[in-house]
Design a protein. Sequence first.
Length: 132
Amino acid sequence: MRFFSNQTPVLLLCRAALSFSWVYQGAVPKIVCQSSGETELLGHVIPVYQWACEAVLWMGIAEIVFGLFLLVARWSWVFWFNAAALVGLLCFVALFEPTMFSLPFNPLTLNVSLIALSVIAILELNKIKTLR
């Protein structure tokens, strides 16, 4: 609990929102409901359907773990990594499924928002370090 006591409210909010997003995106469309869209998107690089389904499951687990890690990460590089991963995911979608960008609540709007939260978290972490 002491870890959270020296966090700014803005940083805590960024952590909570980023964590929720990664945990939800890992759990619901990849594990609980295994969205066909997730499998189809991954099918561009894993042509065997069963392997793509298995990979989606493991990606979901990894996303949940990463989301929980974002809650407690003390280092700004974790948030830089998050932003870079989101840019990479955007590029992947742009390359293989560009039509997704015309859908409501599409990957562009979601990822840009999450990247902005990552940058805010980095600024808040830097602020905390300079105050010590």
